[in-house]
Ligand binder design. Structure first.
Ligand code: AFP
Length: 329
């Protein structure tokens, strides 16, 4: 019988082959535990009073949901006590989180979105946790925001946990993209895909069509090109984790371009660089795709602030090269 590797077996093998990855192996193991706990809570959200608003706004001016609070507290408390992180940044925290005594010996920092797409919970649609791990820069204090302004290229581990029909943990530490699926009965993540690669065909575009009217002319032209020339189908979950997961498996392109909703002539991106765009760009590049913020490779973009927002266009490399070269934007 050919049984898939459990995550623990996989990590033990990795450790034997790459002893230098010991810290990252521990981190993946910790994140998988968080994934199991959040999976359990999202599945039971309707019966444990976890649906709806926490009656507060985050620093981005967005309504915080009860599950956002739970997931953020869980990630913070659990990851702090592992001692693996010198500092932490979360979508739900205004500033860099101090690890105190726990982070003294740590070599890594982590940025995460504890529950991406949380508006989906009340309608029972997919949500996810996104994470990005980078090395601690010794020239700055641990809580210095500049720790998190490193370009995405310097990530040492990036990934997400998608809570959907199944719960999957997808990550890369620089040698391709792995997917592990949670077997709820066993309580184990099992290896279900390795060397994931964005398919060559671009049959799907993933974009909030309701925002078409707020795009700049060049972006509108590009969407028109996808519909007319490429005859793409439209799929959009509105949780980046789910839309990127589909893009990795089915191919195509995911777009969250800059919009001007107020009619001021100022076009702005919505997605957060540190815990949405950077980790997804890393995964997509590891899977042979490409991610741009509209001008170059998003992985080379230097950060400006902790909660910086950027436009994101990722997926099929050829189409994105066309987008950049033909100056459609
Ligand atoms: P939340 O994490 O605040 O629920 O937002 C989800 C998200 O940042 C990202 O996951 C989606 O791709 C994007 O917003 C959807 O935005 P639109 O609804 O504006 O298309």
């Amino acid at each position: 019988m050919n049984l898939p590797l459990t995550l623990s077996q996989f990590l033990i093998k990795q450790l034997a082959r790459h002893p230098e990855r010991d810290g990252l192996v521990a981190i993946i193991s910790d994140l998988s535990t968080i994934g199991k706990i959040i999976s359990n809570h999202t599945n039971r959200a309707g019966v444990v009073d976890m649906i709806g608003s926490a009656q507060k706004m985050n620093i981005q001016g967005e309504e915080v949901k009860k599950l956002d609070v739970f997931c953020n507290e869980l990630c913070k408390d659990y990851l702090r006590q592992t001692g693996n992180f010198a500092a932490m940044a979360s979508e739900e925290e205004d500033e860099v989180v101090d690890m105190g005594e726990f982070g003294k010996e740590a070599k890594y920092i982590i940025a995460f979105d504890p529950l991406d797409g949380s508006h989906n919970v009340e309608v029972n649609l997919p949500v996810g946790t996104i994470f990005s791990v980078q090395r601690l820069l010794n020239q700055f204090e641990r809580t210095d925001e500049r720790q998190f302004l490193q370009p995405g290229r310097d990530q040492v581990l990036a990934g997400y946990i998608l809570y959907s029909a199944s719960t999957v943990l997808v990550f890369s530490w620089g040698d391709g993209v792995y997917e592990f699926t949670l077997d709820q009965g066993l309580g184990e993540f099992l290896l279900t895909r390795e060397k994931m690669s964005v398919p060559a065909e671009c049959a799907i575009y993933s974009f909030n069509e309701g925002a078409y009217r707020y795009l700049g002319d060049k972006d509108k032209k590009f969407i028109d090109y996808l519909k007319e020339k490429k005859s793409c189908s439209l799929r959009y979950v509105a949780a980046m984790v789910a839309d990127v997961h589909r893009t990795l498996i089915k191919g195509g392109i995911f777009l969250h371009p800059a919009v001007d909703k107020k009619g001021t002539g100022e076009y702005k991106g919505k997605l957060r660089l540190n815990y949405e765009a950077k980790p997804m760009a890393y995964l997509v590049e590891q899977a042979g795709g490409f991610c741009t913020e509209s001008k170059g490779n998003l992985l080379d973009l230097p950060g400006e602030s902790l909660h910086q927002r950027v436009p994101v266009i990722l997926g099929n490399k050829d189409i994105i090269e066309y987008y950049l070269q033909n100056n459609l934007i």
